[in-house]
Design a protein around this ligand. Structure first.
Ligand code: CDT
Length: 309
């Protein structure tokens, strides 16, 4: 048996502060055309794909940051992407800053199916960074200032012939993210990321170690839940701030099957057999037979560490 979903992981190179959404959407459409030519059914773009990674910029007045948010989806600036996806008969997923009608702010992503319908929405749960300007950091990471933690959990949707879920950037480092979706049978997790190539609080931690932690996290998540993981970067130098690449696709054995070189706009396309998830789900990670939830209570009963007496 095989159930192939041919996926394009579509990395975006840097987006400068001055770039418009229209310019970015034109780049995304070009990647979509390339993906279609290579046989993709489904294209995945990064976190906050429509703008620069604005949480690095401090606005004392938070309302000023609303310019980076989308008050509706789709909207006229993004419509060309939806139109092209429908014309190609392709599904897609991308991240954007969401401003809800009642004024809530989320770091969100969506899955759009081949008919152009938004079938899934996810709002980032693990928000990294800080609320106030921090003079001790080499750069700011103000996600906690501009976004609320997501309120939709980690859903999994039946779409495009499989069971698909989403998470966003920092979520990929947390085993709970994958396990909650794993418990819904997820076959493919798609995620976008904007990861600075240096640690703002640890000078010695550079690109190689950041890439190692990224691969370690997504490979573990894929293996331990026997699912595909598609992880897509926004990369390169945005107004003097460098984001790492590392766009890759991991199979349900936890192996990287494709990884994009470089930090520019580009794609990797992989035919992913969703039935490859079966073996792991029915053997070593058959949750129903092997999980011991009577010993996992602390995972939901407490947040921080409680050391023994
Ligand atoms: N966008 C995002 O979540 N980036 C974080 C950076 C962490 S450092 C504050 C990441 O986990 O890659």
């Amino acid at each position: 048996m095989s159930r192939i979903l041919t996926v394009a992981a579509a990395q975006l190179g840097p987006i400068q502060k001055a770039e418009t959404r229209r310019e970015v959407v034109a780049r995304m459409v070009a990647l979509m055309d390339e993906a279609k030519a290579k046989g993709a059914d489904f294209i995945v773009y990064p976190e906050l794909a429509l703008t620069t990674f604005f949480p690095r910029w401090y606005h004392e007045d938070r309302a000023e940051a609303d310019a980076w948010f989308e008050a509706s989806m789709p909207n006229p600036e993004v419509q060309p992407l939806f139109d092209r996806a429908l014309a190609h008969g392709m599904g897609m997923s991308f991240g954007y800053a969401e401003l809800t009608p009642d004024g809530q702010h989320f770091n969100s992503s969506i899955i759009v199916d081949k008919s152009g319908a938004i079938v899934g929405k996810y709002r980032k749960i693990h928000l990294p960074g800080h609320v106030e300007y921090d003079p001790d950091r080499t750069h700011q990471h103000l996600e906690k200032r501009y976004f609320e933690p997501g309120d939709l959990g980690f859903p999994v949707w039946r779409t495009m012939g499989g069971l698909l879920g989403m998470c966003i950037c920092n979520d990929r480092r947390w085993p709970e993210t994958y396990r909650v979706m794993g418990l819904q049978g997820v076959e493919m997790v798609v995620l976008g990321f904007n990861t600075p190539s240096v640690n703002s609080q640890k000078g010695g931690e550079g690109l190689a170690q950041r890439l190692f932690h990224h691969r370690l996290s997504v490979q573990a998540g894929a293996y331990q839940n026997s699912c595909w993981v598609v992880a897509v970067a926004k990369a390169g130098d945005e107004d003097g701030h460098h984001l790492m690449g590392g766009t890759l696709i991991v199979n349900p054995d936890g192996e990287i099957v494709a990884e994009l070189e470089g930090e520019a706009d580009g794609i990797i396309v992989v035919p992913c057999d969703l039935d490859d998830t079966r073996f792991g789900k029915e053997t070593i990670f058959d949750f129903k037979r092997h999980r011991r939830i009577e010993h996992y209570g602390k995972i939901t009963a407490q947040v921080g560490v409680v050391e023994p007496e």
